[in-house]
Design a protein around this ligand. Sequence first.
Ligand code: SAM
Length: 356
Amino acid sequence: MEKLIIGDCINEMSKIKDQSVDMIFADPPYNLQLSKSLLRPDQTNVKGVNHSWDKFNSFEAYDEFTKKWLYQCKRILKDDGTIWVIGSYHNIYRVGAIIQNLGFWILNDIIWNKTNPMPNFKGNRFTNAHETIIWASKSKKSKYNFNYKAMKVNNDDKQMRSDWSFPICSGNERIKKLGKTLHPTQKPEFLLNRIIISSTKKNSIILDPFLGTGTTGVVAKRLGRKFIGIEKNKEYMRYAKHRIKETKILNEKELVITKNLKTEVKVPFGNLLDNGMLKIGSKLHDINKKHKAIIRADGSLLTNNKIEGSIHTVGAILQGHNACNGWQYWYYEKNGKLESINKLREEIRNNKNYKK
Ligand SMILES: C[S@@+](CC[C@H](N)C(=O)[O-])C[C@H]1O[C@@H](n2cnc3c(N)ncnc32)[C@H](O)[C@@H]1O
């Protein structure tokens, strides 16, 4: 489901119900305050952001605008919802202060490190090679969604950090009109992909109040999320609509994301005994049947050579490791075959009638 609205975002958001949106991605005007055109060393013009939508008369005017749209965002976000706002040094500090003043709770400031930034043609400053993305929950109390495990898997099983390296949008992805770039700040799809996968679920409602060329809508649709996009420029909206319409939704299998272990119900090993799934005195084996242990009345294990403790401790000692996930190490025998005790834990997790 996509709802694409042409209009001023403050006005259009004021028509949206309180607490009805799960996540907001906002890429507002940066207020770059570029006065003159910028030339490359070969005297060609640099295509910067000098459009009327990015111009404000003063910092005060920019702040007033920012307060109004962020106020609407806060109102329409669900209590456990989050907002992402991207900006550069020109605006992000002002935006960040207003985010905090409105009672949002900042969770991270992500650095998008551009692997192919525009050079500093004048050679009078450092190359401006990053943008900052503030991620905030509606309040300090929000139980916001963070797909920690999916992010970790995405990062070769290491915790995802707050510095992300991606190129700026270019090549076929960059929308052109008569051979020229349509929009000066079109964001790359993989940036939105990471943002949406990390903080939303399938069918979450995502809103982008500054839709531009529709990048957020394209990725939200592809990932099976519901989407509302607002853009005041009719031409940008025309391109955005076309782009979103052409986007295919991934299939069910492709959409599955790795679950957080934290969100799974904790099941102590003793519950397998309480539920009659394993018997006191029965044996557990490792997958190669090299080691075996009997289950004692308190849910601890004891091996032939007197190693005793929890499924985790005994598994670790037998392997000479500091730690072991006993759920993955131990098996029991059923009809002459080895079955993982982890399967029994899954049964408990999936069955409301078991004692937990
Ligand atoms: C930084 S660009 C967003 C680019 C977008 N993320 C993309 O990937 O194409 C900001 C957009 O906000 C739009 N805009 C500015 N002020 C607006 C307002 N008050 N209401 C709705 N859209 C607005 C501009 O026309 C511009 O397209």
